[in-house]
Write a new protein. Structure first.
Lengths: 110, 860
């Protein structure tokens, strides 16, 4: 992508990671996104998006938290990085600006 | 506990561990396990396992894949383009070699494809109807004593009889074809493929209609026609409900069929519905089973039906009869019966398939051999590549890519040749195979597999061999040759063995077909006109007048009337007679023909004993008969002129002459016993012996005379010699096809030898140089260089002869008159192959021995 602009789905994933704080590993993130948006996004899509976002530097990860259900394997825990935070804030600022530009009557008409 | 819980499939786990990057593996595998556990709880073990496998497969993505070495991926890409470049360069550098290799492959592929298309087209016969596997044809055989006949025709009532008795018969139809005159709006033609049929036709054969339909249209008195006939008689008018007059009777056109596929032997142009065909006595009979399996145990029921219907009649004449049935798709390949539709021969298909495979094998071996020898030339390149650090795997990949490239080039060129040659094949064999069939998925897939196999097979050996050798040794020249001599020698022998087998078979097949065609048929067929006589009483009353008028022309030497199938045709009528044999009166079926008194003289048939018919014999009493020599031999008569033949109605005919054997049937078969009766009344053909310089004028005059006597029917005629030739069309076709394909096989083999010798002689340039310096002459050099190869060819010859003899014996058993498998066949085949080999070799040897020894020897 040009600059640090985020895609809609990438933004969703970053937001989910930021919101979850703990236990933010790929499977849980998938569940969370599907719960909040009511969509049916597959695990594979989220997994590759996480990988991509980490490569871009928006996310950081470390290993931790094995459970029995995982056959004793650790989870990759994701946290938002500084540039991830910046990217999210930038997107939000752009949106907010547009929101502020919309006069009230535009919505009233509809 | 955990141990009790189900686990995901082990192999899927292993797959994941194999492909997944270590960095991602632990977490991903953990996630997938967690998902597995969820599915396990919700949907059970099987479903969970399936989901797990699916997950593992779905995660095979670029970002999850393991990378073997850092930066390797990029270098593979770079090297790949390098491989293409070097492959291209080496192809260009060895231009002749490349052309030989690629064209050899292309020829092999296209020959294979063409033969496959032909065989495939033959196998399509009578399978296009959706219910083809439930349609059966009922035929009939009758046996008496030692003789038996099998006719394609049976009683027209058999279908109804079977349907009345057995519920598994869904429908039945009886058909009779007759040559007749059709007329509509002043358009009059003689038609050969018009069939009278019972109304059940479309229940059995569900052909699609273009205009009109079956229910309730196909009732007696109506006719259903094909688009061709619609155009012929009604042009662009809608033919529906128009009247077509057929043999003097009006039929209403109730429908036009869609074009009939060409893959059938039952080619009809029109179908006239009639109540029944009982008056004909004989017909083609087809039955439709309700279920495919019903036909399996049906034979006893056929026998029972025969016992209940016809047995009594047959018992009277002491003859055994039996109904038989054959599935519609088998009719095309079945043994030819009396009055049968045209046949194909399964044996020929086997022969063609074998040639197809052999040619492909030759082309394959050829390619392997050349590429093996070629690799030797590349050893310097391989040595340097290794020295600068090429990995073994990379060398293998390089050889593979080059090999695949060459094979694909051959394949593409082959496809081009096939498409180009297809019209010629169609022309020779009389088929309409569309070029798009060359690219049918099954064929393409098979050939691409062959391409890959060939490429892998021929690349793996040099790749393994050269890549495992030490670079220093390669560069020093210690690795002389890739592959041991034994392997490449075996390949050469195999290639030539196959070629020689093909060669011997070609010569034998050619000779056999020649023998059949040149065998004297025993009657005169030159300058004889065969005029068709319509089966109508009005015509018959005018025949005598017509004949007299025609004999008035000076160029008409003689004229003769012949009855039902009494001219040289494949099917003669057959009836049951009582004859005296071994001190007993016995009932036997014999072929019979009806002819008039001029017949013998006109066809130049020689009498062995007795006399020919006179005008007095033509009284319709059948009191005399002439038999052929085969009948005399068959019955062991010593005094044929004292014998009498009794027909089933009690009429006694005295034998007045014995005629020398003549071939009315194909020379494939033995001459059958024939009874020749005097009867010119129910003539179906008028034979005219013409003696004229100007044929067309003569025919014009005859035609105008015909018109003045018989106006209602157009005159139809053939030349007897052409008519007879047409009967051998199948053989003729086969001969042509054979010669072409054998030629291709041999040229592929020679191409291989050409390339192979080019390589060896270039390797031995120094040896030749030294020999020349020491005073060897050209002839001596020839011997030294060619003796190795000639030895191989000799071994191939020894191997090929017994194999060819074995195969050809089987094929020749199809014929009664066989050509001898004599020594000169092997001599010719062996000589040709050796000469061809020598010829190819001499090119290189001469050029090698012409080189100045100094140029070769100065550098070391």
């Amino acid at each position: 992508m040009k600059g640090t602009n985020l895609g809609e789905f990438e933004e969703l994933v970053l937001l989910a990671v930021a919101a979850m704080q703990e236990e933010a590993y790929s499977l849980a993130i998938t569940d969370e996104i599907n719960k909040v948006t009511g969509r049916n996004i597959t695990f594979g899509v989220v997994h590759s998006a996480l990988n991509r976002l980490e490569n871009k530097g928006f996310l950081q990860s470390e290993m931790g938290g094995a459970t029995k259900a995982r056959g004793g394997r650790r989870k990759r825990m994701f946290t938002l990085s500084v540039s991830g935070k910046k990217a999210l804030l930038k997107t939000k600022a752009q949106r907010d600006e547009f929101w502020s530009m919309i006069p009230q009557f535009v919505f009233d008409k509809l | 506990m955990m141990q009790d819980r189900k686990q995901p499939p082990k192999w899927a786990d292993r797959l994941l561990e194999w492909y997944c990057q270590p960095r991602l593996l632990e977490d991903l595998q953990g996630d997938l396990y967690e998902r597995y556990e969820r599915h396990l709880d919700k949907q059970g073990a099987t479903w969970a396992a399936l989901r797990y496998i699916w997950d593992v497969i779905r995660f095979i993505r670029p970002y999850t894949m393991r990378r073997s070495k850092a930066g390797h991926a990029r270098s593979t890409g770079l090297m790949l383009s390098n491989y293409f470049k070097t492959s291209y360069r080496s192809l260009i550098k060895q231009r002749i070699n490349s052309i030989v290799t690629i064209s050899g492959l292309a020829l092999g592929f296209s020959t294979f494809t063409l033969l496959c298309l032909y065989v495939n087209d033959e196998l399509k016969y009578d399978r296009y109807l959706p219910n083809a596997d439930r349609i059966y044809r009922v035929t009939m055989s009758y046996t008496s004593g030692s003789s038996s006949e099998h006719t394609a025709w049976s009683e027209p009532t058999v279908g109804q009889a079977l349907q009345d008795r057995y519920p598994e018969i869904e429908a039945h139809v009886a058909l009779v074809d007759e040559k007749l005159t059709a007329r509509a709006h002043n358009r009059v033609f003689r038609e050969e493929n018009f069939y009278y049929t019972t109304p059940g036709f479309f229940d059995v054969f569900p052909y699609e209609f273009e205009i009109g339909g079956v229910e309730p249209a196909f009732t007696p008195g109506t006719v259903v026609i094909t688009p061709g006939i619609a155009k012929k008689y009604f042009e662009d008018k809608n033919p529906l409900d128009e009247v077509l007059e057929i043999d003097g009777k009006d039929y209403r056109v109730s429908g036009v069929l869609q074009e009939i596929p060409s893959h059938t032997d039952l080619k009809f142009d029109a179908l006239m519905a009639v109540d029944d065909l009982v008056s004909y006595g004989w017909s083609f009979n087809f039955i439709l089973f309700r279920d495919t399996g019903d036909a399996k145990d049906f034979q006893p029921k056929l026998d029972r039906t025969f016992a209940e219907t016809l047995q009594k009649e047959f018992d009277k004449y002491d003859t055994k009869g039996q109904y038989h049935m054959e599935a519609l798709p088998d009719v095309h390949f079945g043994t030819k019966k009396l009055f049968d539709t045209p046949k194909s021969s399964r044996a020929n298909l086997y022969v063609f398939s074998t040639i197809a495979l052999l040619v492909l094998i030759i082309a394959g071996i050829n390619y392997m051999n050349i590429s093996l020898a070629n690799a030797t030339k590349r050893k310097a390149e391989v040595g340097i590549r290794k020295a600068v650090g090429a990995l073994n795997g990379q060398l293998k990949v390089q050889f593979m890519i080059e090999s695949v490239l060459i094979c694909l080039a051959g394949f593409t060129l082959g496809a081009g040749i096939t498409v180009y040659c297809l019209p010629y094949l169609n022309d020779i064999v009389g088929k309409e195979i569309h070029w798009s069939e060359v690219f049918s998925p099954a064929l393409l897939l098979f050939l691409l597999m062959v391409v890959l196999l060939l490429a892998l097979g021929s690349a793996s050996y040099p790749a393994l061999y050269l890549s495992s050798a030490k670079p220093a040794e390669i560069l020093k020249g210690k690795v002389k040759r890739v592959g041991n001599r034994l392997l490449s020698n075996t390949l050469v022998v195999a290639q030539f063995t196959v070629s020689i087998i093909l060669m011997i078979s070609t010569i034998l097949i050619f000779r056999q077909l020649e023998l059949i065609q040149s065998k004297s048929l025993g009657f005169d067929q030159e300058q004889i006109l065969l005029v068709d006589i319509p089966r109508e009483s009005t015509v018959h009353s005018n025949l005598a007048v017509l004949k007299n008028k025609l004999l008035g022309y000076p160029f008409v030497r003689s004229a003769s009337f012949a009855g039902f199938n009494s001219w040289p045709t494949a099917d003669m009528d057959v009836d049951v007679y009582e004859v005296y044999q071994d001190q007993n009166w016995q009932t036997k079926p014999f072929n019979n023909i009806d002819v008039d008194e001029h017949y013998f003289e006109l066809l130049d048939l020689e009498l062995v004993e007795g006399r020919a018919f006179t005008t007095g014999d033509m009284d319709g009493q059948y009191s005399v008969v002439i038999v052929n020599q085969a009948l005399v031999d068959n019955l062991g008569w010593t005094n044929p002129l004292e014998q009498t033949v009794i027909y089933e109605n009690g009429v006694e005919s005295e034998v007045i002459g014995v005629v020398e054997d003549f071939h009315f049937n194909s020379v494939r078969d033995k001459i059958k016993p024939i009874l020749i009766f005097p009867n010119g009344r129910y003539a179906e053909k008028l034979l005219l012996k013409i003696d004229s310089e100007d044929w067309w004028k003569a025919i014009e005059l005859i035609e105008s005379t015909w018109k003045s006597s018989i106006d209602a029917h157009p005159m139809e005629f053939q030349f007897l010699d052409q008519y007879v030739q047409a009967q051998y069309r199948g053989e003729q076709t086969m001969k042509q096809v054979f010669v072409y394909f054998m030629g291709i096989a041999l040229s592929i083999a020679c191409l291989g030898l050409f390339a192979l010798i080019a390589l060896t002689s270039s390797q031995r340039l120094k040896e030749i140089g030294i020999r020349k310096v020491l005073g060897a002459r050209m002839g001596q050099l020839m011997i030294t260089l060619s003796k190795d190869f000639l030895l191989l060819v000799a071994i191939a010859l020894l191997l090929a002869i017994p194999l060819a003899v074995l195969g050809m014996r089987v094929w020749l058993n199809n014929f009664v008159y066989k050509t001898a498998i004599s020594f000169d066949v092997f001599l010719v085949a062996g000589g040709t192959v050796v000469l061809l080999a020598l010829f190819t070799m001499s090119f290189h040897i001469i050029s090698a021995s012409r080189t100045n020894p100094a140029t070769v020897l100065k550098s070391e």
